[in-house]
Design a binder for this molecule. Structure first.
Ligand SMILES: *Cc1c(COP(=O)(O)O)cnc(C)c1O
Length: 392
């Protein structure tokens, strides 16, 4: 099919929920994506932080293909070794004790909300159901995770949303104003991704963690975007020296297949009992085989150090680039603010020139595959520099 045919079919048969780039991707290898005309792109997006090992990594592809040809699915009414292996690996690598598997970031967050509410309901009664989240946050598209998302623009016309959320600024005074005796949890992203690649201040996070612990308020950390090596640690909380009560992971965990995971410590591990939560596809064996292949690579200290180094390199090169005003983020989750042009405009032009980049609010956003080689980083940076120059 030609690009025009694909575009026409999309317009005709799909709900038009996405503002798409005029690009139709059909294959990829490493950090290179290939479109329907055979044009190649350096990919600084990894499918919004999903393809952690890049396109079609040999180790990942083999693990997934082998499992698909062995047992593609079984109901969660039966025990399943791929799922138990992945849960063990996640717990061993993070210090958490129990996992629930769903199929997306939003579902992982839904599980986190349910665990927090049930914990508080069991212990304090059903009124203690309120959750404080942060302004400018993003937690997903289901009605509950939309409610958790602290941006009004996402809520309009979808009300009534799930009740029980309030939104604090990223400082302790504002959090304290929002917390009441009925607060069961505080939910945060350590680097707000969709909100514009905004890392939270270490002092604020530490203080918040201690504040919650004192009051038996659970600290929920949404690591759907920051997790699985993205920030140079396996999970971003390890950069902050805190231990969340509940952590959610998705995007990069599956390496390209849908997965969501909600992790908690020992004392919350028994809050959810038989029948209180579930998922048909959650922890599917093929998906778990893929995630195990991802963690075999990413859950390795040398690999994570490389991610940190490549992130620092990218930060330094971006900061020095003409036309870029500021760079922020952590590891290989980075945002750059442009001096004269809008991020949307430059992202479009980059695609024309053979580089895929994302935007978040007014920022250009970079989430390259964690396995990207320095020469591909350089190629991508050269295209970006040229694009900024052409459009200045
Ligand atoms: C992407 C994202 C989500 C939603 O994940 P889905 O898999 O699209 O449901 C939730 N939280 C954060 C921080 C995200 O970046």
């Amino acid at each position: 099919m030609t690009f025009e045919e694909i575009q026409e079919q999309d317009r005709k048969y799909l709900m038009q929920t996405y503002g798409r780039f005029p690009v139709a991707l059909v294959s990829g290898h490493g950090a290179t994506a290939v479109d329907c005309n055979g044009k190649e792109y350096i990919d600084f997006t990894s499918g919004i932080g999903v393809n952690s090992l890049g396109y079609c990594d040999e180790r990942w592809t083999q693990a997934v293909a082998k499992q698909a040809a062995t047992l593609q699915h079984t109901s969660n009414l039966y025990y399943q070794p791929m799922q138990t292996k992945l849960a063990e690996k996640l717990c061993t690598l993070t210090g958490f004790s129990k996992v629930f598997f769903g199929n997306s970031g939003a579902e992982a967050n839904e599980c986190a909300v349910k665990v927090a509410r049930k914990y508080a309901a069991d212990k304090y009664g059903k009124n203690r159901c309120w959750i404080v989240t942060l302004q400018n946050s993003f937690h997903g598209r289901t009605l509950t995770t939309l409610a958790a998302t602290g941006q009004d623009s996402f809520h309009e016309k979808f009300t009534p949303l799930t009740e029980g959320f309030s939104y604090a600024g990223t400082n302790m005074d504002s959090v304290k104003e929002n917390v009441t005796k009925d607060t069961c949890a505080v939910m945060i992203e350590l680097v707000q991704g969709e909100g514009g690649v905004l890392p939270l201040q270490a002092g604020f996070v530490k203080e918040l963690s201690a504040f919650c612990a004192e009051r038996d308020i659970l600290l929920l950390v949404d690591e759907v975007q920051t997790g699985v090596g993205r920030t140079g640690k396996l999970y971003c909380f390890q950069n902050y020296g805190i231990m969340p009560d509940i952590l959610t992971s998705a995007k990069g965990l599956g390496g390209g297949l849908p997965i969501g995971a909600c992790l908690c410590g020992e004392r919350l591990g028994t809050v959810m009992d038989a029948g209180s939560h579930g998922s048909t596809f959650g922890g599917n064996p093929v998906v778990c085989a893929g995630a195990l292949a991802v963690l075999d690579v990413v859950g390795n200290e040398d690999f994570l150090q490389e991610v940190g180094k490549k992130g620092a390199y990218l930060t330094q090169k971006l900061s020095a680039m003409e036309g870029i005003e500021l760079v922020r983020g952590m590891g290989m989750m980075l945002g750059a603010k442009l001096k004269n042009k809008t991020a949307k405009e430059i992202a479009q032009k980059c695609a024309e020139n053979g580089l895929l980049v994302l935007t978040a609010k007014e920022m250009l956003r970079f989430l390259p595959p964690l396995t990207i080689m320095v020469e591909d980083i350089d190629k991508g940076l050269a295209i970006l520099e040229k694009t900024i120059q052409e459009n200045s």
